[in-house]
Structures are given as structure tokens and as C-alpha cells.
Design a protein around this ligand. Structure first.
Ligand SMILES: [Zn+2]
Length: 331
């Protein structure tokens, strides 16, 4: 292996002046220290080829032909490993004298974590706003154009900012009602500007009327299923009218207890094979374990719950089915 390096250097320098040749031999055009494998054989190189985001912050690489150094997840075209040097520290990458890549900003936060910070900030604004903030207000708050912000938000959460705001507000409605607040208080607290708007959305948010929900699911049959997800255990529960509850947690028994506490007056039906199969299919469909890794956990959970909620609403309604639907679930 060492021999090959010497030959490669020799070929590269043959047409140059002896002075240049000396410089070239001293320049590490590949990992050529005795006993150190070629970059292409190095397991760290495989992470760079895969643009492994998990390697960001632990590994850098410099490219002698372009004179830049990058983080592993850099979206630029994969360099020829013969021109690459691997670095386990940022200081070592900087010591090459090369410049930091403009695309991946190896000296600062990654593009994904930078975008995640924008999305997390927008989600905080949504949570703290009395009324649903507009796209342009959110984009302004994070100093990005509405179209860029919309794209980044969707990529990180699988939802539009509007979807997320709707989910957040619906969750608030459920919390307010579950805590025994009146419907009028709930309408106000959740930022609905008219009771008409609230009642229009109530079944989508609660799977029953607000007064039934507040009264513990009185006169409702609720089917539920529990299953594993990338974010822990999920419990999904639907009445005949729609989705009534989605809970995420670590302990399935605790989730079932939470459901019982929320709907003490409803008939809760577990172990319904059709419903369990439906929930498993929907959860599998919306699972996206690789997106939003840099987001705060509560934002990831809210986004995930909403993706499940929405997908269940899209399941066609059939007699006896617990799904409510407008369109067919894409497969
Ligand atoms: Zn780069």
C-alpha cells in the first residue's frame, strides 16, 4: 500500500520542476502515513460517502484539489478519495490552510441544525401566540422568505406550518376540555375567534362533540390500539365519528390508564384486530425516523401525532369503521 502511494506521487510529479516535486511530495494528497489505510478503505470515508449527519461534529475532510474542508454531510459532489484527507478534529482540518466550504459551513452549526433552530423557534411562536400566526409572520420572525421557511419547516416536521399550528391548537382544545374548562373558556384559550369556527373543527379535533368530550366521552364507543414507533409507544383511539386521542409515551399500560382517565364514561374497546391493523398501517405510513432529528422532542412528538391524526382522517369511512375519511390513504 505504501509503495502505491510513492508511485502515485511520483507520477503526479514527473512533469513538474524538481522544486515543485519536492512540495508535492510533502503535501499529503492522501492518507499516506505508513500503516494508515487509504482513505477509500477507511470506515470514516464510508460515512462521508453516505453524507452521514450523525458524523457531523466528529469528523471533517479536506479536499486538496478544491482547497476546502467540509463536514461529512456536505451536499457537494463526493470528492475523489485520492484527494481527500480525513480529520478527527476541526483544528486539524483548519491546519491544512484550506478554506471552510460555503455549502456545509464546517466551522459552524450544520445546515440541518441551523434549520432545526429556525423551525423550533417558529414552533415556540405558534405555541405562545393567542391566534394562529400567519406564514409571513413566522418567516419574518426567523428572517427567511416565506417560501424558504415553508420548505424548511415541511422538511423538518413533515407538516406545513399551518398544519402544525392546527395540531397545536387542537391539542390545546383537548387539554382545556380534559381539565374541565367550559367550552366558552376553551374557545377563548385556544384562540378561536368565533364559536362557529370552533364547532366546525370540533369533530376533527375531538372525535365527538365538545360537550361529550368534556363529559368523559359519554355515550361513545372508543376503539384503541397500542403499538411501537420510532418515538416510543403510541396509543391511538377513535370513536365512530373520528380520532379522539393520540398519546405517545414509554409505557403502554400508562397510556391505557391515561385513556381511561380521559374517557371514564365511554365504552373503551381494545384488541379490535381491524382497528389495530389500521393503526399499524397508518403509523408505518407516517413514520419518518430520519426527519427532525435536531428538533426538540416535544415538537417532534406533536408533528408525529399530527401526521398520524391526519392520515387516519384520510382513511375511507366504512360501516363500523373507526376511521373517518375524505380520501383514500396513499400506499
Ligand atoms: Zn462542504
Amino acid at each position: 500500500m505504501e509503495l502505491a502511494v510513492i508511485r502515485a506521487n511520483h507520477r503526479a510529479t514527473r512533469s513538474r520542476t524538481p522544486k515543485d516535486a519536492k512540495i508535492m511530495t510533502a503535501t499529503p494528497i492522501m492518507t499516506s502515513r505508513p500503516g494508515v489505510p487509504f482513505v477509500a478503505d477507511d470506515p470514516r470515508w464510508a460515512r462521508i460517502v453516505a453524507r452521514d449527519r450523525n458524523a457531523d461534529g466528529h469528523l471533517w475532510y479536506s479536499v486538496s484539489t478544491t482547497g476546502v474542508y467540509c463536514r461529512p454531510s456536505c451536499p457537494s459532489r463526493t470528492a475523489n478519495p485520492r484527494n481527500v484527507q480525513l480529520h478527527d478534529t476541526l483544528a486539524s482540518a483548519r491546519a491544512t490552510g484550506f478554506r471552510p466550504c460555503r455549502r456545509c459551513n464546517p466551522d459552524g452549526p450544520s445546515i440541518e441544525s441551523g434549520n432545526a433552530a429556525l423551525v423550533a423557534k417558529a414552533c415556540r411562536i405558534i405555541a405562545e401566540s393567542e391566534e394562529e400566526p400567519s406564514l409571513s409572520r413566522l418567516a419574518d420572525a426567523v428572517c427567511r422568505s416565506p417560501s424558504y421557511f415553508h420548505r424548511v419547516f415541511k422538511a423538518a416536521t413533515g407538516l406545513t406550518p399551518k398544519d402544525y399550528a392546527v395540531a397545536y391548537r387542537a391539542r390545546k382544545v383537548r387539554q382545556e376540555l380534559a381539565h374541565g374548562n367550559t367550552i366558552t373558556e376553551t374557545i377563548y384559550e385556544a384562540g378561536f375567534n368565533s364559536s362557529g369556527r370552533f364547532y366546525e373543527k370540533a369533530t376533527d379535533m375531538l372525535g365527538m362533540t365538545p360537550s361529550q368530550y368534556r363529559a368523559g366521552g359519554v355515550n361513545e364507543e372508543i376503539r384503541f390500539a397500542v403499538g411501537p414507533t420510532s418515538l416510543g409507544v403510541i396509543l391511538v383511539a377513535s370513536s365512530r365519528k373520528g380520532v379522539a386521542s393520540i398519546l405517545l409515551g414509554d409505557d403502554p399500560n400508562e397510556l391505557v390508564r391515561n385513556l381511561q382517565e380521559r374517557f371514564p364514561k365511554a365504552l373503551l374497546i381494545g384488541a379490535d384486530r381491524n382497528y389495530e391493523a389500521l393503526v399499524a398501517r397508518v403509523v408505518g405510513f407516517v413514520e419518518a425516523p430520519r426527519i427532525g432529528l435536531d428538533l426538540p422532542l416535544d415538537v417532534r412528538c406533536t408533528a408525529f401525532e399530527q401526521r398520524v391524526w391526519r392520515a387516519l382522517q384520510d382513511v375511507p369511512r366504512s360501516p363500523g369503521s373507526a376511521g373517518v375519511g375524505r380520501q383514500r390513504l396513499p400506499v
